[in-house]
Write a protein that binds this ligand. Structure first.
Ligand SMILES: [Zn+2]
Length: 130
């Protein structure tokens, strides 16, 4: 199992690249000050948080785009970009789809009965989707 702190520092999760790029395009349209910078991108409790500086008088618009991105990331699988849901894996939170959840579950320590229970629970969450 990889160290979770290392994961958090790693680059943007693959499944979120598309929505992140979309948010960047939206930001570009805002005609932001030249000094505007994205200073950090974090995966926090299953959603994507973007930190920035120098949005100038576009502060409200930037905040709106980035909070929409955060909200969207919370329902998008971080690994594949499908519809996802916040999952608790051995004490930490990741937004995953049913398939990626099962893939991850092999990596975390838990009793097998718990694994089966959680896999069934996930299926019911995604019933409308699959
Ligand atoms: Zn997935």
């Amino acid at each position: 199992m990889r160290n979770q702190k290392e994961n958090r520092r790693a680059k943007l999760p693959r499944g979120w690249r598309k929505i992140y790029r979309y948010a960047l395009l939206e930001l570009k349209k805002l005609d932001l000050p030249d000094s505007f910078r994205i200073t950090a991108v974090h995966e926090t409790d299953g959603s994507l948080t973007v930190e920035y500086r120098d949005a100038g008088d576009r502060e409200t618009a930037v905040r709106k785009i980035l909070s929409a991105l955060k909200k969207q990331s919370a329902s998008t699988c971080r690994d594949c970009g499908r519809q996802g849901r916040l999952c608790n894996l051995g004490g930490y939170s990741l937004t995953l789809c049913h398939r990626c959840f099962n893939k991850y579950y092999g990596d975390v320590s838990a009793g097998s009965s718990e694994a089966v229970y959680l896999a069934e629970k996930m299926k019911s969450w995604f019933r409308w989707y699959y």
